[in-house]
Design a protein around this ligand. Sequence first.
Ligand SMILES: [Zn+2]
Length: 360
Amino acid sequence: MRRVTRREFLAALSAAAVTGAHASAQTDGRRLKNWAWMRGAVPPLDEWRGQLSAMKAAGIDAILITGSPEFFQRIIPPARAEGVDLHAWFPTMMRGESAQAHPEWYAVSRAGVSTAVKPPYVPYYKFMCPSRDEVRQYLAGVVRDLAGVEGLVSVHLDYIRYPDVILPVALWPKYNIVQDKEYPPYDFCYCDVCRARFKKASGVDPTEIADPAANRAWLQYRYDTITEVVSLLADEAHARRKLLTAAVFPTPAIARALVRQDWTKWKVDAVLPMIYNGFYKEDVAWVERATREGVQALGGRIPLYSGLYVPDLPPADLAEAARRAFAGGASGVSVFQGNTLTLEHWTALSAVLRPQERGR
Ligand SMILES: [Zn+2]
């Protein structure tokens, strides 16, 4: 896809400003910040800076991107020069790189299959087990290295969860699968450590639970193991004066049901729920309802930024989704992903996001 130049972008913005003035979001004094998840290679640094400049003009304040500490040391100065915050986005539990050296670190399904050997759904779905001390220490090291980078704003957790015991409904046909309830090949984790820890706490071996989906203690155990990992990683980030942020499933209820995330309890500084309406066969209006559920559950403790899935949103719908997010109480939006928006997307979105339109 052709990248939009800054000049084209600014020209389109001034044209849109006339019609966009009525689009200002209701924000009730919230401190607003808008984000973009970015993938792919970063261009030469002068081009990168131009790209960020255009995105900043559209109302984007923060970029979430994946890379090594050295990568961030290189790209942070041009981003700071444009007033854009950088956040180190990384997959947390879903990491295949230790599957050869430490297969025992990987989660085991109720069918007895390890993700190190046969991952569910797709070959890269190699999830580690959150109960294991070795896994926790390994992840703490990853966060420690990233959080040590001068000028980085946060470490951003993605895949901070179990594998989907149930996929979002719109994905079922893609995998030729019906998940009307929890099935053993997708239900995790039943490794030796999880079984022993839960048995010690409850007296029950999880492999002997007749209906695991209805067993509150076993569900809670798994919510808690993820929450414990988040707390550990938060301590690592905070010790280096960095924030911890996380991409999470769209609402607290869906997150618990599909991937065992109890994210309203987490020790993070902000959440970015992926409120991807198309994945759940919902319309754009759902973005507002889902946002409100999360905001109310958090009770103002930390800000929530609504993640929007651009491939499912034509430009006008993207703008409407952003308005819905603000109406639902979001402190901003985050677009997935920043390099795929067309000029029409940016023009429509910026009418909602730009500070002068937001009345601050
Ligand atoms: Zn386990």
